[in-house]
Design a protein. Structure first.
Length: 279
């Protein structure tokens, strides 16, 4: 299943890869978040005999996925969630299914995600601690090799070994439906960004494993639908970062920490937004 938002130029490639990646046909649901190119999406889904679900409003990535999963027949046990600008390599779904079906404690499985240049995107990461997360957020752009960013990215560069991780990229992952529904799916308070980090965090808290498996490979061409809304997306990213930290560090005695985080993220947003507007 995938979510479209002005994504028709990429949808055909995704659906074609789904059709050719496995020996058996896989039904696909396309959840559309009120795209301006909806007519094109309708035509593509008809061509590929996929089911199109048109949202009445833009629910965001997680909201659209939740709505689509709720419409699935009860017998569906596993759901592949993917961005429309992802292309599956042959056997990718089977490889992920083999992992999740043979370990009842696995709640989600993610593949090796390649960039278009063939490099590996860090799609399986450990959950950031407060120190590494804040240090990475504050210094990654101005001091790329800072120790907090190195710690945040440690062990997230792909690799050839299957391993348990804190969270998996929402660009492509296979979820066990019972696990997904146990944690009530994606938190729809994340309109965009961090919904995958939060899902991995809550699955782990509930006792499920998130597993990265390099035996499955996909290619992700990038976040095309947000490329023309840079300042708006910066704000969404920072809002989502704060929501995640607020949820994770929610105790009353941590209120001063949350105040400092909010102030720091607000300052960072203003500085980055000012940079976007500077000619």
């Amino acid at each position: 299943m995938t979510v479209t938002y002005n994504s028709s130029t990429h949808l055909m490639g995704f659906l074609d890869s789904v059709r050719t990646s496995e020996d058996v046909a896989m039904p696909v649901i396309v959840a559309d978040n009120c795209s301006a190119d909806l007519d094109a999406v309708r035509g593509i889904t008809r061509t590929y005999e996929s089911r199109l679900v048109e949202m009445a409003s833009n629910l965001g990535y997680g909201g659209a996925i939740n709505a689509a999963i709720s419409m699935l027949p009860a017998q569906v046990q596993y759901v592949l969630i993917s961005n429309p600008d992802v292309q599956l390599h042959p056997g990718a779904t089977s490889a992920m299914l083999d992992v999740i079906a043979n370990d009842t404690q696995v709640g989600s499985v993610g593949p090796r995600v390649l960039n278009v240049d063939g490099s590996t995107y860090p799609s399986g990461r450990q959950l950031p601690s407060l120190r590494t997360g804040v240090g990475h957020a504050l210094f990654a752009r101005i001091w790329p090799d800072n120790p907090w960013t190195r710690a945040y990215r440690a062990g997230s560069d792909g690799g050839d070994a299957r391993r348990s991780v804190g969270w998996l990229s929402g660009s492509c992952l296979l979820v066990r439906r019972t696990a997904f529904e146990e944690v009530q799916g994606f938190d729809e308070g994340f309109f965009m960004y961090f919904e995958d980090v939060d899902l991995g965090y809550r699955l782990g808290k509930a006792g499920w494993k998130n597993v990265y498996t390099p035996s499955a490979t996909v290619v992700h061409t990038g976040a095309h639908s947000t490329s023309t809304e840079s300042e708006k997306m910066l704000r969404a990213h920072h809002d989502s970062a704060y929501r995640y930290l607020e949820k994770k560090y929610s105790g009353p005695f941590l209120a001063p920490v949350r105040w400092v985080l909010k102030a720091g993220l607000s300052l960072r947003l203003r500085l980055l937004a000012r940079g976007q507007r500077t000619p």
